[in-house]
Write a protein that binds this ligand. Structure first.
Ligand code: FAD
Ligand code: EPU
Length: 311
């Protein structure tokens, strides 16, 4: 095994098993770059890379991945919820920068306590802000783009600062190209009361009561429109089907859970079975690392100084 390289900019670089960074608990080793500054991120992006958020939508191969895996940390995983006086007006509040590496559940809880609405529908999604923005994660009660004002995105050609209107976003899709990294966002929130925000969150939370509580990467397939993927898989009689340590959850057929000791191959076998048995084409919601049609294309870039917007 080769030792991880030294970072020139002070990023922490370690070879680590990726399973521990995922909600499924599956995945072999890779070189993980913990980047805390834009300079460190530019260096990390100077060779083929992938970006890892909360690992809540990933099925990673037992062999790991050959590219470096970038994880946002330090200031890129911190939040400044102070209203920006130049951008906020009346009940419409725009925050300071919220790092892409910030855990979404803690952010949503903090917003509830402050009585700030717009992201209530994302309660219970175990993502990081950057991953949730990239996917436009949400529920029928609301999604990430309901609460976004500005996005800062690192691309192989430098930093971009965008408004949501610059992107073609929709259901489970932000329109941000694969390999572009959501470094920070400013949130657009509605002043309300903690009680009202909690009431909306409770609605969204109640809708997930039937979801399994075991290790899982969430729903396997996007809803194709009309009848949901869960219902289609259920009607195909697949609930409770097991391959190795992976199981199609008896509680909800669009969830595959790890009973303990599941491999990525077990999950792939169940996904193949579902595709064969359900009569409608289903689009995968997970990312399969390293490959398959949904795998993330590794990008290359040259390290260059970036113009960083002042905080
Ligand atoms: P990861 O799983 O780490 O990565 C997923 C993709 O995002 C990868 O392509 C990765 O490269 C990319 N990515 C990660 N961080 C960044 C970044 N900073 N910039 C750019 N790209 C990035 N999803 C829903 O939409 N609604 C739900 O109700 C929901 N419920 C869930 C419940 C459970 C129990 C679980 C386990 C998952 C659920 N999910 C749900 C799925 C998952 O939480 C979302 O897809 C989420 O957006 C994944 O974010 P992440 O940070 O975990 O990303
Ligand atoms: N259903 C079945 N059998 C099943 C599962 C569901 O018949 O095994 C039926 C339910 O009875 C219900 C319908 O299908 O009538 C819809 O089910 P549910 O309310 O559970 O919603 P869903 O469409 O399956 C979506 C999201 C979830 C999100 C919930 C709650 C997708 C793919 N899934 O699930 O998101 O948490 O709504 O809002 O859009 C995710 O994306 O990872 C995810 C978990």
């Amino acid at each position: 095994m080769t030792a991880p390289p030294e970072s020139q900019t002070g990023a922490r670089v370690q070879r680590l098993p990726l399973a521990r960074f995922t909600t499924l608990g599956v995945g072999g080793e890779a070189e993980v770059w913990f980047v805390a500054t834009h300079e460190q991120l530019a260096e990390a992006m100077s060779a083929p890379y992938r970006i890892l958020g909360g690992g809540s939508n990933l099925v990673i191969a037992d062999e790991g991945v050959p590219e470096r895996v970038i994880r946002l940390s330090g200031p890129l995983a911190e939040r400044d919820l102070t209203p920006d006086p130049d951008l906020s007006e009346g009940d419409a509040l725009v925050t300071g920068w919220v790092g892409g590496g910030v855990p979404l559940p803690g952010l949503v809880r903090a917003l509830q306590k402050l009585g700030l609405g717009n992201l209530e529908g994302t309660v219970g999604i175990p993502a990081q802000v950057g991953g949730a923005v990239w996917m436009n994660a949400g529920t029928r009660y609301g999604e990430m783009f309901d609460g976004l004002h500005t996005l800062e995105i690192a691309t192989p050609d430098g930093l971009q600062v965008l408004s949501p209107d610059d992107l073609r976003w929709g259901y489970r899709n932000s329109g941000i190209p694969r390999g572009h990294i959501v470094t920070r966002v400013r949130l657009k929130l509605q002043r309300s009361t903690p009680e009202e925000v909690l009431a909306k969150m409770t609605l969204a939370d109640t809708a997930r009561k039937g979801q399994p509580k075991m290790k899982t990467p969430g729903c396997a397939f996007k809803n194709p429109g009309g009848v949901g993927a869960g219902r289609l898989i259920d009607e195909a009689g697949l609930k409770g089907t097991r391959v190795g340590g992976a199981l199609i959850a008896p509680e909800h057929a669009n969830f595959i859970v790890n009973l303990g000791g599941a491999t990525a191959g077990d999950v792939h076998a169940l996904l193949d079975l579902i595709r064969q048995r359900v009569g409608v084409p289903l689009e995968l919601e997970y990312e399969l690392w390293p490959g398959g049609a949904q795998g993330q294309a590794a990008s290359t870039s040259t390290s260059r100084p970036w113009a960083v917007e002042r905080q």
